[in-house]
Design a protein around this ligand. Structure first.
Ligand code: PHE
Ligand code: CO
Length: 297
């Protein structure tokens, strides 16, 4: 009961309007709601198409190949997708389903869904004047950014492990650290490819500005991924990231996060937190261009 009250207070604070943005009145004990696909208006479907088209054009040469492949399999360009249709496809591919939710949900419920291979997707769509930027995740961010890679078996397994790890972190007072890991990988992760760096994080791939910034700007650092380093590092919630962490592939992400984090949490509690833009001795900025570009040039 107090947990629930606290959750709604924190939501109201985030939204700026003093009220949580979504409609939680129909939510069940797991925060699931009916998507009620028929309620979206033609104008909302049209806004979805505009968002999709703008973003799709930015993917070539910036998103990892896997994301581009998987996105097209979802056939979601024409309208706000029906979650049940996509769940059936996902379930056949990797055993995942989508769960419609009113908006942000409490950490424990979020982790429980992931641990059960259910991905929570917000049902509401941003307003036209929020085309470029929203404070809270909407259906475009959640679906376009997160759902495609659920078709990738290794990524799909990793996300379930993250969910289980989240439940464990709750009991170990490790959530601050695990949240940083999520932020710098699932939301803002970069990956190497033979052609240069590519994005796989949902916060990047659903953003018209950050998808260019993270790869084309001179400002941010791009540093080799290391779970301990990431979990010590603060992140930006109201501007582009000052550092991106780069993995080789999803298998590395899976393997590097597989060890028991219990001792790591204890160690992190005694260490100083690093600023979002800090670079440690021995760390190098990875170059954005791949080998082939240099070789051809
Ligand atoms: N291995 C982590 C632990 O023991 C759990 C975890 C897995 C966390 C995958 C993140 C991603 O706590
Ligand atoms: Co997200």
């Amino acid at each position: 009961m107090t947990d629930t009250t606290e959750f709604f207070d924190s939501l109201a604070e985030k939204s700026g309007s003093g009220l949580p943005r979504g409609d939680y009145s129909m939510a069940d004990a797991d925060y699931i709601v009916p998507q009620n696909h028929g309620r979206y208006t033609p104008a909302q479907h049209a806004l979805w198409r505009r968002l999709y088209q703008r973003q799709e054009k930015l993917l070539a040469g910036r998103a990892c190949d896997r994301f581009i492949e998987c996105l097209s399999l979802l056939q979601a360009s024409g309208e706000i997708p029906c979650f049940d249709r996509v769940s059936d496809m996902l379930f056949r591919a990797t055993g995942w389903r989508l769960a419609a939710v009113p908006g942000l949900i409490p950490d424990r419920n979020f982790f429980e869904h992931l641990a059960a291979r259910r991905f929570p997707v917000t049902v509401w769509l941003r307003e036209p004047d929020e085309f470029d930027y929203i404070v809270e995740p909407d259906v475009f961010h959640d679906f376009f950014g997160h759902v495609p890679l659920l078709l990738d078996p290794v990524f799909a397994d990793h996300l379930q492990e993250y969910g289980k790890g989240g439940l464990k972190a709750l009991s170990l007072d490790g959530l601050t650290y695990l949240a940083r890991l999520y932020w710098y990988t699932i939301e803002f992760g970069l990956m190497k490819s033979r052609e240069g760096l590519r994005a796989y994080g949902a916060g990047i791939l659903s953003s018209g500005g950050e998808i260019r910034h993270c790869l084309e700007s001179e400002e941010p650092h791009r540093i080799r991924f290391n779970p301990e380093r990431v979990m010590r590092t603060l992140y930006k919630i109201d501007s582009y990231q000052r550092t991106y962490f780069v993995i080789d592939d999803f298998q590395q992400l899976f393997n590097d996060t597989a060890p028991d984090f219990t001792p790591l949490y204890e160690q992190l509690k005694t260490q100083l937190t690093l600023d979002a833009g800090s670079v440690l001795p021995g760390e190098t900025d990875l170059s954005v261009a791949g080998k082939s570009q240099h070789a051809v040039g």
